[in-house]
Design a protein around this ligand. Structure first.
Ligand code: 8YV
Length: 329
């Protein structure tokens, strides 16, 4: 009898979803909540044909060279800046990600973070918890309006468009966006959305939300210079990736009143945080949970498993990133 291929589930996930792999593969799982150190990941990948990962595992040339049996990398994230896709393609390794299933949940969270920043929800809660609420005042934690304001979106992909839809249809916002490519007019119209240059986006947005994929080309694309172009009443929300924002410059801008408030779900060097971010009050900070609803995390995990099964059993993986690999034997 032919032996089943071996796969590694490098991130602990829903046990019933992992079960779906067992009829097809010999499965090794990570049962701790933490990712493995790189050397450990490489060691456990020996002889494995496929691996299930999340956004945190680094798949680079060194790992690929050290794991010649590896044929498929399936991430449960939509973002894949942790994976050297060209290096995988060069070696005939298929990479799949998990788009679409997290779009609406992530847009919900981006909107929530933006609203929390605008209306100073975290800041005022901390004040309350510290026992500092002694009297009511007219301007106490008065923030800025979300409804009717100008929503700026940097990165108008699936999640950006879902945020625009919330702003335009639910909150009567004007939407401006900047993206490498402009949406066709029939897609812009229902979102009340207008493409603008990046500088105009920074100058005009009342609430700026970052939803672009990370690449070295966009490292610190929001730094001191860009923050200085924004309105002093504006908010900045980052649900994209750490490194897009210069966190040190942001902390400084918030302390100086260059902008009013920020909402961050992602950080440079996370899970470590630039300590300066913790010293400014006008910021709401969450630990990379924008896609974290149970149904969505189950859907992401399920899609990653579907991709792994299809790719290694001669099927058609639903969401390949380098489908050109599939034709090769
Ligand atoms: C994930 C994400 O939670 O999909 C992404 O790109 O950043 C998040 O949805 C995380 O990367 C785990 O896969």
């Amino acid at each position: 009898t032919e032996k089943k291929p071996k796969v590694l589930v490098a991130r602990k996930t829903f046990p019933d979803i992992v079960e779906r792999l067992r009829p097809h593969f010999e499965v090794e799982t990570n049962d701790s909540e933490d990712g493995w150190p790189q050397a450990e990941l490489i060691r456990r990948l020996q002889g494995k044909a496929g691996v299930y990962i999340a956004g945190g595992e680094k798949i680079d040339q060194i790992l690929l060279d050290a794991c010649p049996a590896l044929k498929v990398i399936s991430t449960m994230a939509v973002g894949y800046n942790n994976i050297d896709v060209p290096a995988c393609t060069a070696r005939g390794v298929l990479v799949t990600n998990a788009p679409d299933v997290l779009t609406e949940t992530t847009a919900d969270f981006g909107f929530a973070l933006m609203m929390a920043a605008a209306r100073r929800i975290a800041e005022s809660e901390h004040f309350l918890r510290r026992g500092e609420w002694k009297q009511w005042s007219v301007t106490m934690f008065a923030g800025s309006d979300v409804h009717g304001a100008t929503l700026g979106i940097l990165g108008m992909g699936r999640i950006g468009q879902a945020i625009a839809k919330r702003g335009a249809l639910g909150f009567g916002m004007q939407v401006i966006y900047h993206n490498r490519s402009r949406l066709p007019a029939e897609q812009e119209a229902p979102l009340n959305a207008r493409w603008v240059e990046k500088e105009e986006l920074l100058r005009q947005a009342d609430h700026l939300v970052l939803v672009l994929p990370y690449s070295p080309a966009v490292h610190h694309i929001i730094g001191a210079r860009e923050l200085a172009l924004m309105k002093p009443t504006a908010t900045l929300t980052n649900i994209a990736r750490g490194g897009i924002v210069d966190d040190a410059a942001l902390a400084q801008a918030l302390a100086a009143g260059t902008i009013a408030a920020a909402g961050l779900d992602v950080y440079e060097g996370e899970p470590a945080l630039n300590p300066a971010l913790l010293t400014v009050p006008n910021i709401v900070l969450t630990p990379h949970i924008a896609s974290a609803s149970i149904p969505t995390r189950r859907a992401m995990s399920g899609l990653a498993v579907d991709n792994l099964i299809a790719a290694l059993t001669g099927g058609k993986p639903p969401t390949p990133l380098n489908p050109e690999v599939l034709g090769r034997s």
